[in-house]
Design a protein around this ligand. Structure first.
Ligand code: LLH
Ligand code: MG
Length: 387
C-alpha cells in the first residue's frame, strides 16, 4: 500500500491576457503577469498527482492545518475516504477550508490514481464517452469596441462561433457592475437567434441578481426564442424563487451552479422542483467525488446534469457519465484567444474538432503541465510531509 508522503504548493508566475472586473467577471486584456499555484500530492511509491489552482485557495495555513493532516500517512488510492476526511474538517475550519480547496486536493488524488494505474481519470471512473459536443460559452457583456458591447456584437460573434464548428452557444450577457437590465438581454438573445437560425442550440446565463419579475419577463422571451436552457438569473440561495420560475416557463431552468452544499444542495433542488436540468461543477462544488454523485442523482431522476466550467476535472466527469449533453468551452470573446496555451501548459486539454472535444488520453487528469516552466518561474512554496 502506498501512503501520502507529502502535500506541496508551488506558486509561480505566468501570463494571462485577461482582466477581472470588480465583480469577478473575466474580460480580455493586455498580457500581464499573474500568480498561479500547482498543488502536488506525492505518495510513498513516488507517484504524484497535480492540480492547478489559485494560491489563496491553498494558502499555507490551509495545507498545514487541514489538508496535510487529513492526507499524510493515508492510503493514497482511497479517494472517497480521503475526500470525507477533508470535507468533515470544513465545519470546524471557520470558513478557511473552501470547497475549492477540497476540490483541489480531490482532483490531485484522482490525477495520482490515474497515473498509478496508467488510465485517464474519465476511464478510471467508468468510461462512458471519448468525445462530447462543446458549447461556446461567451464572456460577460462589456463596453469594449468590437467586443460584447451591443446585441449586434453578440450576433456577429455568434456567427463567427458557428463558422468555427460550434453547434451550441451560451450567452453570458451584461452583469453588475455593467448597468443594463432585462431589455438589453432580450435584445441580445433575439439578435443571436436571428443570426444563427433555429438549428443552433442557445442558452442564457444572465445577471445572477434579477428579481423574480425581471427573471420571469426574460424567461418568457426565451420561451419565444426557443432557448435550450436558462441559467442563474437570480440569487441561487432562494430555491423557492427557482421553483416559482420553473413552474411558469417552458424553457428548462438549469441550476444550481454557485450554491454551496455540494451534491446535497443538488438533491434539495431536485426535490423542490426548482430546476429541469441539474448543474454541478468540479472546481466549485468540492471536486470530482461530489460532482459524480450529483450526476448520478440526476440520472436516477431521469434528468440531465450539465457540468459547470471547462478544464480537465470537468472532462473527467463528463467522459465518465452520459446524462449531460455538453462541455462548457470558454470563456470566449472576439478579442481573446482561447486556443493558445498559457506558458505553464504545453497544450490545452480541450482542443475543438468538428464542434467536439475529445477526452484526454494521458494517464491522470490529462493536464499537459510544463514542469520546467513552473520550476523556473516559482516564487514561493510551502507544504508538509510525513516525518
Ligand atoms: O460570472 C461570470 O463571469 C461567468 O458567469 C462565469 O462564472 C462562468 O463560469 C459561468 O457562470 N459559466 O456557466
Ligand atoms: Mg453559469
Amino acid at each position: 500500500m502506498a501512503v501520502v508522503e507529502s502535500v506541496e504548493v508551488t506558486v509561480f508566475t505566468t501570463v494571462t491576457r485577461s482582466v477581472v472586473d470588480g465583480h469577478g467577471h473575466r474580460h480580455p486584456g493586455p498580457p500581464r503577469e499573474v500568480q498561479e499555484a500547482l498543488f502536488t500530492v506525492t505518495d510513498s511509491d513516488g507517484v504524484t498527482g497535480h492540480c492547478l489552482t489559485q494560491p489563496d485557495t491553498v494558502r499555507e495555513t490551509v495545507i498545514r492545518n487541514h489538508i496535510g493532516p487529513a492526507l499524510l500517512g493515508q492510503d493514497s488510492l482511497e479517494r472517497e475516504r480521503l475526500w470525507h476526511r477533508i470535507a468533515h474538517r470544513q465545519r470546524g475550519a471557520q470558513g478557511n477550508l473552501s470547497d475549492r480547496a477540497l476540490s483541489t486536493a480531490d482532483q490531485a488524488l484522482w490525477d495520482l490514481a490515474g497515473r498509478t494505474v496508467g488510465l485517464p481519470v474519465w476511464k478510471l471512473l467508468g468510461g462512458a464517452r471519448s468525445e462530447v459536443p462543446a458549447y461556446a460559452s461567451t464572456m460577460c457583456g462589456d463596453d469594449i469596441p468590437g467586443g460584447l458591447a451591443t446585441p449586434e456584437d453578440y450576433a456577429a460573434f455568434a456567427k463567427d462561433l458557428v463558422s468555427r464548428g460550434y453547434r451550441a452557444i451560451k450567452l453570458h450577457t451584461w452583469m453588475p457592475p455593467m448597468p443594463y437590465g432585462v431589455a438589453r438581454d432580450i435584445a441580445a438573445c433575439a439578435a443571436v437567434r436571428e443570426a444563427v437560425g433555429p438549428d443552433v442550440a442557445l442558452m442564457l446565463d444572465s445577471n445572477h441578481w434579477y428579481s423574480r419579475s425581471e427573471a420571469l419577463t426574460l424567461g418568457r422571451a426565451l420561451d419565444g426564442l426557443g432557448f435550450a436552457w436558462y441559467e442563474e438569473p437570480m440569487e441561487e440561495a432562494s430555491v423557492q424563487s427557482y421553483r416559482w420560475l420553473a413552474d411558469q416557463l417552458s424553457t428548462p431552468i438549469l441550476g444550481p451552479e454557485t450554491s454551496w452544499g455540494k451534491h446535497m444542495a443538488r438533491a434539495e433542488w431536485v426535490a423542490a422542483g426548482a430546476c429541469d436540468i441539474l448543474r454541478v461543477g468540479v472546481v466549485g462544488s468540492g471536486g470530482v467525488i461530489p460532482a459524480l454523485k450529483a450526476v448520478h442523482l440526476a440520472e436516477s431522476f431521469g434528468m440531465e446534469c450539465e457540468i459547470h466550467g471547462n478544464g480537465s476535472g470537468a472532462l473527467a466527469v463528463i467522459g465518465a457519465t452520459t446524462c449531460g449533453h455538453w462541455y462548457e468551452r470558454g470563456l470566449l470573446h472576439p478579442h481573446s484567444d482561447y486556443d493558445t496555451a498559457p506558458p505553464h501548459l504545453r497544450s490545452i486539454v480541450d482542443p475543438l474538432t468538428g464542434g467536439n472535444v475529445r477526452m484526454p488520453t494521458a494517464p491522470g487528469l490529462g493536464d499537459d503541465l510544463d514542469h520546467d516552466y513552473i520550476a523556473a518561474h516559482a516564487v514561493a512554496s510551502w507544504g508538509t510531509r510525513s516525518q
